[in-house]
Design a protein around this ligand. Sequence first.
Ligand SMILES: C[S@@+](CC[C@H](N)C(=O)[O-])C[C@H]1O[C@@H](n2cnc3c(N)ncnc32)[C@H](O)[C@@H]1O
Length: 214
Amino acid sequence: MRGNPVNYDKKQFPIYPSNLDWDLKRYLDLIPGKEVLDLGIGHGKNSIPLVKLGYNVTGVDYSAKCIEICKNACPELNLIQSDIRTFLIKKNKYDLISSRCVLHFFHKDDSYEIINNIKNCLKSNGLVYIHVFSSDDPRLKLHANSKDFEVLENNILHNTVNDTYISFFTKNEILDLFKNFKTISITEDYSLDIVGGSPHYSGVIKYIGQKILY
Ligand SMILES: C[S@@+](CC[C@H](N)C(=O)[O-])C[C@H]1O[C@@H](n2cnc3c(N)ncnc32)[C@H](O)[C@@H]1O
């Protein structure tokens, strides 16, 4: 495990209304059962609506503040405060494992390890849902020119001030990481974000895959 986790206890991030992302909503019928794991649940953007739809959701987050916000908003959530880099995922328990906008906050060695654990532990026919920063995100170049960051190979930046990492992915990299999964949906967004701090462009890859055992 490399570096510190980003501290969302001190960080402001947008509180989106708790409604399901369109792509997850579209493929809900493919989820084989009701057990969901949300790695880096934040404020429960997708997880709270999933509870309301009858899913049994376990949310993991490093931030005590996020856990508290989720607990107050939806007491039915099972909440665990933990670093997802050390969290042991129960094998063959989950029908959907989601990690939305989290896996880019690590050195890729750690992101890849979490992805491998997700793949191994997911139930057969289960779905994975992830969002990660794409290599088109302008912050890759912006941070690379800042004195606070050192540039490592494979689109990884190391913030030497607080010893955190930020990684940027390509579509092919994600498809390769999930090469033994069935791709249900992969999209790349490049859009202006006007709610997450000062307005900035953001590049995000969104992937939904299914674990099919042939
Ligand atoms: C950008 S927010 C995304 C929250 C939520 N998944 C969403 O899409 O709205 C990133 C979340 O990941 C959590 N996080 C970051 N690093 C973590 C770590 N190492 N272990 C557990 N949670 C972590 C943060 O506390 C924060 O809640």
